[in-house]
Design a protein around this ligand. Sequence first.
Ligand code: UD1
Length: 429
Amino acid sequence: MSEFIEIIGGTPLQGRVTVGGAKNAALPLLISTLLTGEECSLSNVPNLTDTSLVIHLLEQFGAEASYDGNTVVVRTPRLVATEASYSLVKALRASFWVLAPLLARGRAARVALPGGDLIGARPVDLHLEGLVKMGADISLKHGVVYATAEHGLRPAMIDLRFPSVGATHQLIMAASLTPGVTVIKGCAREPEIIALANFLNGMGADIQGAGGSIVEIRGRSELSGTSANLIGDRIEAGTYLLAGAMTGGNVTVDGIDPMFFGSFLEILTSMGLEVSCGETSVSVRRNGPLRPVHVKTAPFPGLATDLQAPLMAALTLAEGTSTIEETVYEGRFGHASELARLGANIKIAERVVTIEGVQKLTGAPVDGLDIRAAACLALAALAAEGTSELHEVHHLRRGYEHFERKMSELGARLWSRISDPEDFIFAGC
Ligand code: UD1
């Protein structure tokens, strides 16, 4: 039996929705708790497949974790293992980031290379080059990174060729438990980097400049426990705002700093939407037709690649021709062919998609093959005439907590369903 979501489209979504804690902040913060033997507490942690997986991973290294609602308390008195297997790194790419804490605290790590996935090749050369600069001895054998730092890591000057989010997290974690001053240039500037730096500062590190391109880390020989409340999830928030816009409604998201959106809110304004911001909320109202735009994804503060798919869904109903260039991941257009099943008119030429707006979308069964593709197709189905079925829902569960409940609160008509057991009657045990 497999789960799918049945969606009856056509209702304009109205109202307020509170976003959960940012998945992409939860993962590095949870991983960074391996840097200390003391207790760390994180609140506002979304209950998602990805956060559960990372907690399971921490437990393999000796962490004791307990949960109370959306609060997670973790303590790793000592590291009991040094290896992250391929099955875990494959299931959750961010697992690769355990390399830095294992190396900085335990002086040795064996972590499987994550490999590519549906959205692109996703190499880790920047992570490894940075750690080598910090004195790590790294070799690759049979798809596994073997890293040691027999005498400990040392501070370094590191220049990232591309502002990789993961490499920035990895190297900031390594430098925090390395006495001396490490300077990293070309850092990613995403809000989740600031969240990690604040958390590590709470553990006793001294990190300056996070959120800018140059980050200076004064590391310590030991770090202590700390606690933090996770920042809101800007990608989840953007998804709900687009859902309101696409269906001709008016949605407010609470629990999010408007600065976290970077250029996304300007793009919504260019689409003819009325955007208003509070201190921790953003509202988007649609008063007329959606206007087409020509945009490209880019590292923060540019348009987040994770919002590219939901934005594409909205542009399928714009009055005219839009283009989106994907500059971060070469293969992140898998959702385009599924959107076509709902009646969208989309052409792909290398890294650019051209979207001819259509009058209406019509319901169909679709597969959401990664987290954001699944969100994109759910939005398109919510705006489509008739009934759709969103399959491969486990991808959606990686990034959206209480998706059906939150959408229902905005007036959407959607339900989680299990494929007819009759379909499986001859499938055996
Ligand atoms: C993180 C986010 C993901 C988001 C992405 C870009 C988490 C858990 N995931 O992923 O949701 O889509 O940032 O905003 O936070 N690259 C290299 N060499 C490297 C590392 C990266 O060439 O060593 C390239 C990648 O192939 C990719 C680009 O840099 O083309 C962006 O990758 P990166 O910023 O590292 O993304 P992740 O940290 O994996």
